[in-house]
Design a binder for this molecule. Structure first.
Ligand SMILES: [Zn+2]
Length: 458
């Protein structure tokens, strides 16, 4: 409350703002959500003509058939093109709303409000994003390698997530349980013990049933109770990772139960630490277990691409927001002006590695974060890079790392992220710390390169 005091208006003003938001901010957001949900994307393939939702058309970008990926890309942007006037108007209005409230609430910068709720100093965000940008050439190097594996002169945007190597066969739930527990045990027996309780006491609802909601999450409230996990397990490798991810949250909640209700739930930048770390532990374990180079290649490439999507792409999204907010200070923006900022920030990332295929200038127009949670995306960058760096520290320090890592999780949100991490010897204002994460990523890309070279010799 103390931190928010300088940015809070009188009660009458706050009440008025809240009421006005019903027909302002919230109404515009609702319009965006309903508009995007109502659009369907036509697709003709193998004598079949279908109308697909946004999620389905986006998922086709990961299909092994290049023609299908290309058709999905075309349909996506053709349809969005028809809606661009409304989408542009909604975004312009929401940026103006944000800027007006920043003025009234005395926030010095459009990102200031987000930093305050994340309890992160602006210098930390700037240092981190700058370090990410200096590592863009690593991504471009990977894209060139991937183009070679796919036998293409250059990747198009819709080739970015094309599958590589051989996907692992079906993994039954009982087998996933065994794998995860063994991986955790190799890391820290206490983690394995906590995870085992989830399986044995029935704290995980993993079965797919008619009428059950989709997705996956771990619910930890309140700290007087043990957490529960919901997921929908379909025997896929991605599902093994999902269970590991949710168990990471579960272990975090279990360890933080010694905190009070008010400082138990981790702040956003630390909320995904334990979950992504748990995925990393299982990923390394699987890579050890499976000696088939094609399966290893598939595993490594999908891990690298997940990390790219979290670190590099989310940095691009944040730079885009900074760019349009700066221009919107002067005037209302046209679709072309917003698209120019979008293409520019993307060009810096993709370089010559990926061609920004026709239509991509509207790539900003369907992303819900810009509408619902401005400047949220850097939190993903923070979480992922932090985990990579912590994993690097674990690799260096071995078992002596474990008590301090457990201490971090046990602390919940009792102190700000920077203070908690200081206990592990981490200085978030140091560019060198963020670079540690990229050393881990570089290691993965180098392993992919070796596997790819072996494959090309065969
Ligand atoms: Zn999560």
């Amino acid at each position: 409350m103390r931190r928010y005091k300088p940015h809070t208006l009188s009660e009458a003003e706050e009440r008025l703002m809240n009421e006005r938001d019903l027909t302002g901010l919230h109404a515009w957001r609702r319009l965006f959500t309903e508009l995007i949900a109502s659009i369907d994307f036509p697709l003709e393939h193998e004598d079949e003509s279908k109308h697909l939702s946004l999620d389905t058309i986006l998922s086709l970008m990961r299909h092994s058939d290049r023609t299908l990926r290309q058709k999905a890309h075309r349909s996506l942007y053709q349809v969005l093109g028809g809606q661009s006037a409304i989408l542009t108007y909604i975004y312009n209005t929401l940026i103006q709303d944000h800027q007006m409230k920043d003025r009234l609430r005395h926030y010095a910068h459009p990102m200031a409000q987000r930093n305050l709720s994340n309890q992160i100093e602006p210098e930390v965000v700037h240092t981190m994003l700058n370090v990410v940008e200096t590592n863009y050439p690593l991504a471009q190097h990977y894209f060139a390698l991937k183009a070679r594996l796919l036998d293409l002169p250059q990747l198009e945007l819709y080739d970015q997530y094309a599958p590589i190597g051989r996907q692992r066969h079906q993994i039954a739930y009982a087998q996933a349980q065994e794998m995860i527990l063994e991986a955790f045990r190799g890391f820290d027996p206490r983690f394995a013990d906590i995870a085992e309780a989830f399986f044995q006491q029935g704290w995980i609802d993993a079965e797919v049933r008619p009428g059950k909601r989709g997705g996956a999450f771990c619910n930890g409230y309140p700290p007087s109770n043990h957490p529960y996990i919901l997921c929908n397990y379909t025997d896929d490798l991605r599902d093994v990772m999902t269970v590991a991810h949710e168990l990471g949250h579960g272990i975090h909640f279990e360890l933080a139960r010694q905190q009070t209700l008010f400082n138990f739930y981790p702040t956003l930048p630390l909320a995904e630490t334990a979950s992504v770390f748990a995925e990393m532990v299982v990923f390394e374990y699987l890579l050890e277990q499976d000696r088939d180079p094609q399966t290893q290649l598939a595993l490594i490439c999908s891990k690298i691409e997940d990390i790219f999507a979290t670190i590099f792409r989310q940095t691009v999204l944040t730079r885009f927001e900074e760019g349009v907010f700066a221009q919107r200070e002067q005037r209302r923006l046209t679709t072309e002006q917003i698209s120019a900022v979008w293409l520019d920030v993307n060009r810096r990332y993709y370089g010559d590695g990926v061609n920004q295929s026709d239509g991509y200038e509207l790539g900003w127009s369907y992303i819900p974060h810009f509408i619902n949670t401005p400047f949220y995306c850097y939190s993903y960058v923070f979480g992922e890079l932090l985990v990579l760096a912590l994993y690097g520290m674990y690799r260096d320090q071995g078992a002596s790392f474990l008590p301090r890592y457990r201490g971090l999780l046990e602390a919940g949100a009792s102190r700000a992220p920077a203070d908690l991490l200081a206990e592990l010897g981490v200085d978030l204002c140091e560019a060198g710390f963020w670079q540690l994460g990229f050393n881990e990523l570089r290691r993965l890309v180098a392993r992919m390169e070796e596997l790819a070279a072996d494959q090309q010799q065969v």
